[in-house]
Write a protein that binds this ligand. Structure first.
Ligand code: ADP
Ligand code: ZN
Length: 632
């Protein structure tokens, strides 16, 4: 309550301060304007004494007299020859001040001299309004407009403004938990927060302290922002969001003042959810950094003290998202700050299926659409990818002139998201096309002829925008959480079989296998260094994953000698797999030719066509046989 009382007047005081400052600046400018104007008039005329003026009237020099508000302007006749210095310089307009003189007008009349006074300038009020009030108001408004528009960009000129432009605020997000598919554990943890936002007093009556903040941790695109919005939507409170990188500016102090602002606004709009995306941008650990970063530290400190300071009884919850929880400063994670950690994982099979369903709510679907299959084909995809796929599929259906989305649209969209768009204008030469075809068939053969592999779904040699000249798509039969050593070995063989086919058919090698080689090497290395799948190193961990939620890069934690041995071991494994791949392809040279010819002609073959042709050459003994039967 305390905070509330303080807050309001402070805001007003702040506004009044701005107003007064603007007003003073405007008055100063108006004064300058007036001084310049007076100076200009003074320069155009030359001052003479009143007695000279009367003398000139007597001598018939004067042609015209004009009574201004503060002076009398005298214009001489062209042929007049006054004996003043200024007159000798060639000026014909003079001025003199006012004196109490009742005889002046009769004298002018008598001498038949033209005289006048401008309507505007002779009224002191009007003249004041014109030379002071009008420019003042004018300047004041121009300033206000300027400071307003600059405020947004630089956080205020001359310390005038408030930097609230980047805060995104929504009174009603309209998003509910129904819009977030899967993520049940995350939702469960958030339910309490929602309840609290509904009725903060229920908690404060009993003396229970609610968490001030929760940290949503997970890979990009898994729905962290969506969850935060859903919390606000479910609780029907204001949703305010800001990205961590918005705080970090070039100018020291700006970030801290943004944090202050954010919390001030949150309190004004309470109950509310404040969502800070990419909190790692400000919350990076402060120690072990060379030089340090003053601005970020200040911002972080401000954030910490605001989090400690704000009044929980008003119903404000801070949610923050990050995919690098390990770099966060420990102080941020202490009780009373972001002490709750909610893991938002990549969706599993059912999760993916549900996400697809959520996003196709408003999409017209054909009867053949099978989301389960799509979900199977998209292992590793996050919510954002899946949302994108549904949209791509709908776009494709429109392009095809259809009224509804079919399964083929969805499958094509999966490919677009995974491998990039088809690049129709990239024409491969006949030789290149041949090489790519043999390469892909090599992969497919190794997949089909080994145990422990996933069945081939589709092979294509239409180039894609993301660099692939062709690819073989395999479809798992079920979601796997564990991989056996045999499966990993078989997969490496499949990866190396593309190049092996090129070697067997053409005798030479091309650059086309670089991605296969990279993936095979990573997998082989992981088998030995992380999964304990080698004799030599047994169950010793040689490497560990650093950025679990980002690229999953690994760091070594052993001596250079051991690393050298590890490299050798990896090489041995890869050589072994390569040999195996060549053996498989070599034993099926005829099938290889036949399939490659077919692929060159058609550019795309389905898994069934592939198995049908392969079946003519060999009896496929592995279990894929039954599986492909199962599927149709
Ligand atoms: P993050 O903040 O984790 O990077 P977002 O919340 O911005 O991810 O998610 C991006 C988009 O992906 C969302 O707008 C939504 O369309 C979709 N999405 C992600 N996860 C889900 C989910 N679990 N259910 C439904 N849609 C999701
Ligand atoms: Zn390949």
């Amino acid at each position: 309550m305390n905070e509330n009382n303080n807050n309001e007047p402070e805001k007003k005081r702040g506004d009044a301060g701005i107003f007064i400052r603007l007003l003073i600046i405007s008055i100063a400018l108006t004064a300058v304007f007036n001084i310049i104007n007076t100076y200009r008039i003074l320069r155009q005329t030359t001052e003479v004494s009143y007695s000279t003026f009367i003398d000139w009237i007597d001598k018939d020099y004067v042609k015209k007299v004009e009574f201004q508000s503060d002076r009398i302007e005298i214009t001489l006749k062209d042929n007049a020859k006054p004996e003043t210095m200024a007159a000798k310089l060639g000026t014909t307009v003079f001025r003199t001040g006012y004196l109490e003189n009742d005889e002046l007008i009769p004298l002018l009349l008598e001498k038949n001299i033209e005289f006048s006074t401008p309507i505007l300038y002779n009224s002191p009020i009007l003249s004041f309004v014109l030379s002071w009030i009008v420019p003042l108001v004018f300047i004041f408004f121009i300033f206000r407009m300027l400071t307003r528009s600059l405020d947004g960009r630089m956080g205020g000129v001359m310390g005038v403004g408030k930097s609230n432009a980047k805060i995104y605020m929504q009174q009603e997000t309209g998003v509910t938990f129904a819009d977030v598919a899967g993520q049940d554990e995350a939702k469960e943890s958030l339910v309490e927060i929602i309840d609290y936002l509904h009725d903060p007093e229920k908690y404060s009556r009993i003396g229970a302290k609610q968490p001030k903040g929760a940290l949503l941790v997970g890979p990009p695109g898994t729905g962290k922002t969506l969850l935060a919005k859903a919390v606000a939507g479910e609780a029907k409170v204001t949703f305010m969001s800001l990205s961590g990188s918005d705080f970090v500016e070039m100018f020291v102090g700006v970030g801290a003042s943004r944090v202050r602002d954010l919390f001030k606004q949150a309190q004004e709009n309470a109950p509310s959810i404040v969502f800070i995306d990419e909190i790692d941008a400000i919350g990076k650990s402060r120690d072990n950094q060379i030089g340090g970063n003053d601005e970020r530290e200040q911002t972080l400190n401000q954030l910490l003290s605001e989090m400690d300071g704000f009044d929980t009884s008003k119903g404000i919850v801070i949610l923050a998202a990050t995919n690098r929880p390990e770099v966060l400063d420990k102080a941020l994670l202490r009780p009373g700050r972001f002490d709750r950690r909610i893991i938002v994982e990549k969706p599993d099979l059912i999760g993916r299926e549900n996400i697809l369903k959520v996003h196709s709510k408003d999409v017209k679907l054909g009867s053949d659409v099978d989301f389960k299959k799509i979900a199977l084909a998209t292992s590793g995809a996050v919510g954002a990818d899946l949302a994108n796929m549904v949209n791509e599929a709908a776009l494709r259906a429109v392009r095809m002139g259809r009224e509804e989305v079919l399964q083929e649209d969805l499958l094509d969209a999966v490919e677009v998201v995974i491998a990039g768009k088809e690049k129709k204008d990239r024409i491969l030469s006949a030789t290149e096309k041949q090489i790519v075809a043999y390469h892909e068939i090599g992969h497919a053969l190794a997949a089909a002829l080994q145990k422990n592999t996933q069945p081939v779904q589709k092979i294509t040699i239409v180039p894609r925008t993301m660099g692939a000249l062709g690819y073989t798509m395999q479809m798992p039969e079920e979601e796997k959480y564990l991989m056996t050593k045999a499966e990993m070995y078989a997969e490496i063989v499949v990866l190396l079989a593309g190049r092996s086919a090129e070697e067997i058919k053409f005798g030479g090698v091309t650059t086309g296998a670089s991605n296969d080689i990279e993936r095979a090497t990573n997998m082989a290395r992981a088998m030995i260094s992380m999964y304990g799948m080698s004799e030599t190193f047994d169950m010793m961990a040689l490497e560990s994953i650093q950025n679990r939620y980002l690229d999953g890069r690994s760091v070594s934690n052993c001596s250079p000698e051991t690393l050298a041995k590890l490299d050798n071991e990896v090489l041995e494994l890869i050589k072994d797999c390569h040999k195996q791949a060549k053996a498989i392809i070599g034993s099926q040279a005829e099938a290889l030719d036949e399939l490659a010819q077919f692929l060159i002609e058609k550019e795309t073959i389905t898994g069934e066509e592939f198995m049908e042709i392969l079946g003519r050459f060999t009896k496929i003994s592995k279990d894929t046989d039954e599986n492909s039967d199962d599927k149709e």
